[in-house]
Design a protein around this ligand. Structure first.
Ligand code: ADP
Ligand code: MG
Length: 377
């Protein structure tokens, strides 16, 4: 028997953030019979537009947080940069998952890297840069390196590739002398990620590892399950479970890995569903978003089994540069599942949607997805 009180439909669930991840949460919650209140300052946020209640306010707006706590039985987040004080405030009144302490680690690269290293998880060699003089003092063996800001970096933003301490110092100044991590640039064989759900009783369901390729620091294509060595997939799964256990994590967690010279290294984690887990919507018994609803509501975790090979492709604003993409050509692919996020403005680099191609055979699925990507690109 679970020790956790179950929240049943038609209760209202709360979501901090109104982006596409929040929107998929709203869709999953609606399908399951729940209502959702979304807090997001953007009037046109993708999740806010389809939620039962949209609190259009800042993440530290006390009146809005009060209202969220009053209306919702439990509250979760779709992004890691919610102020810790917001989660702590809400947790005084309602169940909040994941816990503020887990989010605090995931939202700061220094805390995150130190947590991985101190817990014995393999990571790329790095140094913490708090001030300019930390750069000449850092191990010269780290170069060529990547300098990454500790806070608010995403999709490769707040990152600079640096070949020398001089370049690192210039990049550090360019980032406004914010605390950074200086990390060795690895030669990557490939990248994988594992999304899992862990409930309040410690039960875990892991989705199959996805193989990810990035373009300009932004996820481009995810192949699920990941190809290559089965031992790597199993090791990634186990490491992701260990990370969740070590955090005593409750919620959906995405863990990114590098495979470099045959070795698996932990890159970073996200205390929420992950872009590379979007394939689960169309190719798994339970999606990562349904798992997020289940954990939040205290329901048993769903079966994370993947029933079909799948390839997911992100659609960035760039492909709108010459008008609406050729949707009719895309829909000619029979296994294609299209997901557009309802964002008004298509800016370069902005995630506007994604599609997943599912099929019987992994290689045909990949060919189909790449064909559609080419047609839309
Ligand atoms: P974020 O996803 O928050 O932008 P990441 O640290 O995951 O930041 O970096 C984005 C991408 O940049 C990675 O998925 C990987 O492709 C590349 N990258 C990041 N760090 C390294 C590294 N140390 N060596 C090689 N490639 C890296
Ligand atoms: Mg990343």
């Amino acid at each position: 028997m679970s020790s956790v009180k179950t929240i049943l439909p038609p209760a209202m669930l709360g979501m901090l953030g109104g982006g596409q991840l929040g929107r998929f949460f709203v869709i999953a919650a609606h399908e399951m019979g729940y209502k959702v209140a979304v807090l997001d300052p953007d009037r046109n946020s993708p999740a806010g537009k389809i939620a039962d209640v949209h609190l259009c306010a800042a993440y530290d707006d006390e009146t809005a947080l009060q209202s969220l706590a009053e209306q919702c039985a439990a509250i979760t987040t779709e992004f890691e940069n919610v102020p810790a004080s917001t989660l702590e405030f809400l947790a005084q009144h309602r169940t909040v998952r994941p816990a503020a302490a887990s989010v605090a680690i995931a939202q700061n690269r220094v805390a995150e890297k130190n947590f991985f290293r101190d817990s014995g998880f393999p990571v790329a060699p790095y140094a913490v840069i708090e001030q300019a003089i930390d750069i000449p003092a850092a191990d010269s063996g780290l170069y060529p390196a990547i300098l990454k800001v500790a806070r608010f970096g995403y999709d490769g933003k707040g990152q600079a590739r640096v070949a020398t301490p001089e370049e690192a110092s210039a990049a550090f100044e360019k980032f406004g002398a914010e605390v950074c991590v200086l990390e060795r640039m690895l030669r990557l064989d490939y990248e994988v990620s594992v999304v899992l759900a862990r409930d309040a009783d410690g039960n875990v369901e892991t989705f199959p590892a996805a193989e990810n390729s990035h373009l300009n620091g932004i996820l481009d294509v995810s192949i699920a399950p990941a190809r290559g060595d089965a031992a790597i997939r199993e090791q990634a799964r186990q490491l992701a479970v260990d990370v969740a256990q070590k955090l005593n994590y409750t919620g959906v967690l995405g863990v990114e890995f590098f495979v470099s010279q045959g070795r698996l290294l932990v890159n970073e984690m996200a205390p929420r569903p992950h872009n590379s887990g979007h394939y689960t919507i169309d190719a798994c018994v339970t999606s990562q978003f349904e798992q997020q609803v289940r954990v939040l509501a205290g329901l048993p975790l769903g079966d994370a089994r993947q029933h079909s090979p799948a390839v997911m492709v992100n659609l960035l604003g760039d492909i709108w540069s010459r008008g609406e993409p050729s949707w009719d050509a895309a829909y000619a692919e029979p296994g294609l599942k299209m997901h557009l996020y309802g964002k008004h403005e298509a800016r370069p680099g902005r995630k506007m949607g994604h599609f997943t191609v599912v099929g019987d055979k992994a290689d045909q699925t990949l060919q189909g997805a790449l064909k559609v990507r080419h047609l839309l690109g």
